[in-house]
Design a binder for this molecule. Sequence first.
Ligand SMILES: Cc1cc2nc3c(=O)[nH]c(=O)nc-3n(C[C@H](O)[C@H](O)[C@H](O)COP(=O)(O)OP(=O)(O)OC[C@H]3O[C@@H](n4cnc5c(N)ncnc54)[C@H](O)[C@@H]3O)c2cc1C
Length: 448
Amino acid sequence: MSDLQHPELPVIVIGAGPAGLAAAAQLRSRDLPFLVLEAGHVAGAAVREWSHVRLFSPWSELIDPVAAELLAGAGWTSPDPVAYPTGGAWADGYLQPLADALGDTVRLGTKVVGVAKRGRDRLVDSGREDESFTVHVETASGEERIAARAVIDASGTWTGPNPLGGDGLPALGEHAAADRIAYRIPDFAEPGTRARYAGRHVVVAGTGASAKGALIALAALADDEPSTRISWLVRRASVGAAFEGSEDDELAERGALGRRAQEAVASGPVRTLNSFRTSSVDRADDGTLTLTSMDGQVVEGVDEVIALTGFRPDLSMLSEIRLDLDPVLDAPRRLAPMIDPNVHSCGSVAPHGAKELAQPEVGFYLAGMKSYGRATSFLTLTGFEQTRSIVAEIAGDHESAARVELTLPETGVCGGSGTFDDDAVSGGCCGTSAGPELITLGLPVRTS
Ligand SMILES: Cc1cc2nc3c(=O)[nH]c(=O)nc-3n(C[C@H](O)[C@H](O)[C@H](O)COP(=O)(O)OP(=O)(O)OC[C@H]3O[C@@H](n4cnc5c(N)ncnc54)[C@H](O)[C@@H]3O)c2cc1C
């Protein structure tokens, strides 16, 4: 039996991304009332923003099994399990059909701006556990309050890219230079974007997979437009460890991405600047940018910056909810040690579920990318297992909620977000520290 009151109320799922839609499929399979609230005007709105990036996971790792059953009933044909889709193909071939199959339980254009216990701000203890949730939303036609039995926040972190500044704050002058800084991996195949970067001096900051993808794509651009210059800003003392793990990565495409980036750096027009923690961005008289690091290194004549330094969750809509988050990662405290790049081994993150994700506010869960806070090793498969377990717990099926039904691929890609320049004291699992941010991104698709 479920421990939660108000079985007549829906479970609210925030976000119609891969994790939120998987939660919805699980809720449907257990006949629990639910609503998915999606800020965007399409399912998978965040994924669609990186439509041009090819995933390093094959289709077999991108489709929730329960969602597949639901889709099969709606006449859907499963894509080739060994093929690697782009973000756009993932959204077209799976996320949108799934949202369609879920029908009017998925409300698009509905942005959640607040979650609370009904009639109680965060301070009030009295009757708190038995009270339902209130979810405050904004739509084109105004505001609305929706009562909920439980809330699964699967709103991702896409809206919260980290700044360029080496201390996590925006560098001095960063905001003023916003017209020259991109915080997402550009679509270099798009003619306007290509023209923006071709023949320019482009700075790439970050050492995660997205930065590697950008370096590979820019190196290819420089083959066509030899006047293109690329400066790669690396916060650590040496770049070598950023490529370690590629050989061991059971995610073959992610390993290949690392190797291709290494080749691009070794043979291409990439100038690497180590220990570069950006402190300021200044605009010169000729309109170009000058970037200065905290230890006084300077990069001049910069036309464009691509800052790919990870993401952080937006917790503002949860200010009235009692959360127990790790102070470093902003991830649920019980989950944090399993994913903390300061301490955990580079082996797979153990599958986990309701127990690790539970919050002091009974019935409230973080799921998907958002549950990892600032940690960057999130895999979609993990999100599917999280939502399976959370929904089982909401349904009162504690035995199923506690069961682990997933084996994740090993990854040779180490953590290290929290490590500083000294590789010898790295907390990274392969005896090295990786980059300051290790987001699991693929390579932008090149059509030309
Ligand atoms: C470029 C890129 C490539 C990746 N490649 C892989 C890969 O190959 N393999 C892999 O396993 N993982 C990969 N990942 C990591 C991860 O699996 C994906 O990011 C995945 O999309 C995360 O799913 P999610 O549902 O948690 O979050 P999201 O996909 O971000 O979905 C969150 C949804 O919530 C909505 N939302 C946000 N705020 C609100 C709000 N306030 N109210 C209502 N709705 C809201 C958003 O519009 C969005 O639709 C990649 C990530 C990126 C960024």
